[in-house]
Every structure is written in C-alpha cells, then in structure tokens.
Write a protein that binds this ligand. Sequence first.
Ligand code: NCD
Length: 304
Amino acid sequence: MLRHLIDPLDLSREEVISLLDLADDMKKHPENYREKARYKKLATLFYEPSTRTRLSFEAAMLNLGGNVLGFSDSNQSSAAKGESIADTIRVIGAYADICAMRHPKEGAPLRASRYSRIPVINAGDGGHQHPTQTLTDLMTIRERAGRLEDLTIGVCGDLKFGRTVHSLIKSIIRFPNIRLVLISPEELRVPDYITEDELKAKNIPFTEVRSLDDAMPDLDILYMTRVQRERFFNEEDYVRLKNSYILTVDKLRPAKESLAILHPLPRVNEITLAVDDDPRAAYFEQAENGVYVRMALICFLLGL
Ligand code: NCD
C-alpha cells in the first residue's frame, strides 16, 4: 500500500518505535544497509531554504546505495513558470521512487500526496509540521534519556511558527507520563489547535510560562528553537522578539546533570557557543541522527 509521511500521526506509535530501532541499528552497522535501496531514486523538491533536512535526506539515500535528484531553489524549477504542485508531483512520480518536499505553504505536501503515485515525505510545510525532524528529535531523546516516557520536556522559543515544535508535541504526547513546559513570549505561544485539540483534549499535563529560568530545574529535556523570522508579517516584531531567550552556561547552573539540550538548528542567538562544550548539549548529535532516521524512513516507505 502506498504510504506517505505528511503529519507525524501518519505513523502509529509502534511504527515510530520500530523506525527508531531500525535507525539505531543503521547508526551502529551502516555497512549492513549499503545496498538496501540500490537503483532507487529519491527526488528532493525544496521550495524553501534548507541545509540539514535536504542534505541529510540525500546522504540517507546515498548511504542506502540509491540515487538522488531534485532542486533546492524553486526559482530554478517550473514552479517559477506557474506549474501547480499537482502537475509537478504527477511528473516526478515518473522520474523517482520516493520524494521529500519542503514548501512555504502549509498543506502543500498533503496536496501533492493526493496526486502522487510515489511516497511523499513532508520535509517541512510553512509554519505547520515537520515530521522527519520529529523522528530525529525522538531518536536523540531516547539515546540521551534512555526512554521516551516519563519526561518533563521544556520547549522554548517560537512555539507559534516553529513547525518542529508542533510535530514534536503531537508525537511525544503519545508516550506515557509526558509533562510539557511551553516557554515563550505571549505573542509566540503554541497555536490553539495544539493546546485545545492535542493537549487539553488528551489530558496532557502542560504549563505555558514566560520564564526559562523558573522552568530549568525541572527539565529532563530542553528543546530550544529559533524565532522564525521568515514567517513574521513585519520586521519590527521580529527584532523585538528575536532575543527573547538566550541559553548561556550560567543559565544552565540550576539544570539537572542529566538534562539533554536539543535544537533542530539552525541556531541564531538562542544558544551561546560556550554551551556547545557542555556535555548536555545534544544538538549536533541530533543533526547527525537525522541521516539515520531518514534512512529508516526511506526503507519503510519503499517497503525495503
Ligand atoms: C527547522 C525547520 O526548517 O523547520 N530546521 C530543520 O529542518 N532542522 C528549524 C528552523 O528552521 O528553525
């Protein structure tokens, strides 16, 4: 059956766990997977900037012995001539076996999936969802904390426009005993559809706070995010909010020794460089894990 990954909940919790197990094994024994996707092609259709997501998708496919094609600048594609997503994906289906799409419009990958005969992976749609980043985040949380349940998770920064935040929350609350501390300025709070339909409707314990310092001592995981400049309507608001949170070595003093600090990257100012040397910093490891979860996902969606 043709499967896509558009929303994090397109995968059941059991499927997520088995993908993470596979990704762990791929990290330990990459040599066992070198031929897995031989002769298969991944198309990367990126209508918005990206470094990690696109390159880790490409590295993943190359690690599996497959090939990649695509574009990273939509001005160079026929989108610039006014081609619709529906037409583009119908054609890509004839050229590739699977595709990863990033688009500034919320819902574009979903629309593509409806016209596609190959699996479509949402590699980030506007300020909406980013399900493969969530797999990366979950793999890193499990590696660092040794579990995906019974955790107090602080999510800090731009919770309104940060699609990685929306996907992480939707996915992690399916595990038992998750407590969320949502840390943001008032203007950048998590959208209502998350607080109402996900958190309140499912009785998940959560608080919405302004202060990172107050939350710090309780956290098992701290997920920092950048203020999403490109989604603001005006530059003034961005400038006013961009430095709302800056994690420093000093601010980490009251934190648990077992804390893991995650960030989907790119970082702008939210984490000072000195924090990189703290053993609790997990964000570069997290970026590396992106390759393994995407290898696992490609194999899963291609039925390999
Ligand atoms: C994130 C994204 O694109 O949403 N980047 C990524 O994929 N690792 C986070 C961001 O851009 O802030």
